[in-house]
Design a protein around this ligand. Structure first.
Ligand code: SF4
Length: 311
């Protein structure tokens, strides 16, 4: 099988890693390369890259179940709430047990481990129970959620559910995966973002949704996000829906925040490329990506702390 290349593409999560810690960025996007092979020297970094904290895991599980339920709904195979909760609970316990048994060592891609199991952090049975109950509660809550309900009633207007897509903006290839993209029936689009955590910053959610807005503008409305007319920009809205608290907020895309986003992507990608030893080949040397200072609190939460000697 021909080897494939590590191509540079910007994403919101890549930007966040670059801002947070340069070494984390390197490990996540360069150091792990090849670690999907069992005997590769990068295997351990790859395993660490795939680890989840409990809140991250809860978020992925609820997103996965929301995606599945919505796709089943589109096919007219909607599950009853009780069966959906039972399925989510079974899946949750199976993921916890597999991680406990260390299955992430055999197959980190399909069975990513928990940070807690990997680093031997004690979690009481009650804490695991509470996590599984919260995941089940959020899945059950989908059935009473007005946005989820509305999506099932306008299923013909849904354009994307969790599809990994790439587009190019200001010469930068960008990955996006929208939780749900739905046409509003009046020539516009709504990007829906499920949230599952306790807190979020509206500003950072708005910035993330503006990246998705640029994608929709270019892909579905055929407009260049760098010079789109304001009436076209105004056709796109972001909406975050917090499945933990039931809160939701509509964030319309406006020309000013779109311009800021385009500028931010251009600046962020330029800084990432400037750190490379070979831009054409997308090669990066570990020493050009320093660790955070010893004792930085971010290290105690980082999945790579074993590699960095900060465990
Ligand atoms: S452990 Fe600390 S220094 Fe190492 S990658 Fe994580 S945040 Fe960066």
């Amino acid at each position: 099988m021909a080897d494939f290349k590590n191509e540079f593409a910007w994403s919101w999560s890549r930007h966040r890693a670059f801002e947070e810690c340069r070494r984390k960025y390197w490990l996540n996007h360069y150091g792990f390369w090849g670690g999907w092979r069992r005997d590769d020297p990068a295997r351990e970094i790859y395993i660490q890259k795939r680890l989840n904290t409990r809140p991250q895991w809860l978020g992925s599980l609820v997103h996965e179940q929301a995606e599945r339920l919505l796709k089943e709904g589109l096919q007219g195979r909607a599950l009853e709430p009780d069966r959906a909760v039972e399925r989510a609970t079974r899946r949750a316990w199976s993921m916890i047990r597999e991680s406990e048994r260390g299955r992430y060592r055999d197959d980190p891609k399909r069975m990513p481990g928990f940070v807690e199991h990997y680093y031997g952090i004690e979690v009481s049975p009650e804490q695991w129970e509470a996590d599984v109950s919260e995941a089940a509660r959020q899945v059950a809550g989908l059935f009473d959620n007005p946005v989820f309900d509305r999506l099932l009633r306008v299923r013909g207007q849904i354009r994307e559910i969790e599809e990994l897509r790439q587009f190019v903006l200001v010469d930068v290839p960008i990955w996006v995966s929208l939780d749900v993209l739905v046409a509003d029936g009046e020539g516009g689009f709504v990007v829906i973002d499920w949230k599952t955590g306790r807190g979020h910053h509206t500003e950072s959610v708005a910035a993330q949704l503006a990246v998705y807005g640029a994608y929709v503008l270019q892909t579905y409305l055929g407009e260049d996000p760098t010079c789109a007319p304001p009436d076209k920009v105004g056709k796109i809205k972001g909406m975050y829906v917090n499945l933990r608290s039931g809160e939701r907020e509509v964030l319309p895309l406006d020309p000013e925040s779109l311009a800021q986003t385009v500028e931010q992507i251009g600046g962020s990608a330029a800084a990432m490329r400037a750190a490379l030893t070979d831009v054409e080949e997308n090669l990066a040397a570990v020493d050009d990506f320093p660790m955070l200072p010893e004792g930085d609190p971010a290290c105690s939460r980082c999945p790579f702390r074993g590699t960095c000697g900060r465990a």
